[in-house]
Write a protein that binds this ligand. Structure first.
Ligand code: Q0Z
Length: 305
């Protein structure tokens, strides 16, 4: 898919690493909508912090359909931003029309297992984002209970910085900080309850919340709504449960073929060189596409059409 394709009736507003953001144009005034956005998931894929030259056919559709399914599984926990899946034919299945929210300026991350930047922080301080953890944890350890490990929202290309809960509260106020913390943990728990039956572990997840000014809560404050994508392999670490073995880096449910090929001698790529990775061979692209579809089908029980 073209990185930021022309969509008649929509103005392109932002390019993410693998997704695009548009705003509907009011046909009578020509003004871009202040209350709606179109989120488009492309087939782009990242690995080792690079956007690869190769796309994975249908990845954007699979992740969009998976996110929509998760939103439905979470409606008793929190309302979401989805308005409609009636979108231009050119982005059918991969785009969602959503309510434009005032986004909470914090990355809300929940962790059920320890890995990645959380593990690095734990090794330095025995804690993550100010949450003390027991001694003896290793890469992939199940945490005693899921933890909230928020971070700053850094501009693209820069790295998010861990925040303590007190820093989040100072930025957005204690009541909202407590609400997004509790929601993040509840979403991760529900996700793991459902995924466990399907042989998938959700190590961690990043969720985004926004305020809906048009929908005051019981106290008259704007209500908090779940936004963006939720519990997809791009926002979460999915691990095959059968291969889980703390003490080493876990296999990635979706990207393992890509990582294994890129780091194998046959790719000719040196991860430490700083060079951009080469294009993927067709069989790696196809095997990776099959993994995304497998994740969708085993989680939802639906067939990916
Ligand atoms: C999401 C993103 C990208 C997709 C802003 N409901 C909302 N209201 C206001 N803003 C957003 C949302 Cl979801 C929003 N993002 C991240 C970037 C494509 C999503 F390029 N940024």
């Amino acid at each position: 898919m073209n990185p930021s394709m022309e969509l008649p009736g929509y103005a392109h507003v932002y390019s993410g690493k693998v997704r695009e953001l548009y705003a509907p144009i009011d046909p009578s005034t020509g003004a871009t909508s202040a209350d709606q956005l179109l989120l488009v998931a492309t087939d782009r894929i990242s690995a080792f912090d690079f956007i690869l030259d190769s796309e994975i056919p249908d990845k954007g559709k699979v992740l969009t359909q998976l996110s929509l399914w998760w939103f439905e599984q979470l409606t008793d926990i929190i309302p979401n931003h989805v308005i409609s899946t009636e979108v231009p034919e050119a982005v059918a299945g991969r785009a969602v029309l959503v309510k434009r929210l005032d986004m909470v300026p914090v990355e809300c991350i929940g962790r059920a297992y320890l890995t990645g930047s959380g593990l690095a922080e734990y090794r330095q301080s025995s804690s993550v984002c100010g949450v003390p953890l027991p001694a003896g944890l290793t890469d992939g350890s199940l945490l005693p209970s899921p933890i909230f490990t928020p971070s700053t929202k850094a501009p693209i290309g820069e790295h998010d910085q861990p925040m303590t809960f007190a820093e989040v509260a100072a930025e957005i106020g204690m009541p909202v900080a407590e609400r997004v913390r509790d929601l993040t943990i509840a979403i991760l728990k529900r996700g793991n309850e459902i995924a466990a039956d399907r042989g998938i572990l959700l190590a961690d997840t990043k969720v985004e919340f926004g305020f809906d000014r048009s929908r005051p809560d019981v106290d008259g404050n704007p209500s908090v709504v779940l936004a963006d994508e939720v519990l997809t392999p791009d926002s979460s670490r999915f691990w095959p449960a059968a291969a889980w073995q703390p003490g080493r880096a876990q296999d990635s449910y979706d990207k393992q073929f890509v990582r294994d090929w890129l780091t194998s001698s046959v790719s000719g790529w040196d991860r430490s060189s700083g060079d951009v990775p080469p294009a993927l061979p067709d069989d790696i692209v196809e095997a990776t596409r099959a993994k995304y579809i497998e994740a969708f089908e085993s989680l939802t029980g639906q067939t990916f059409a």
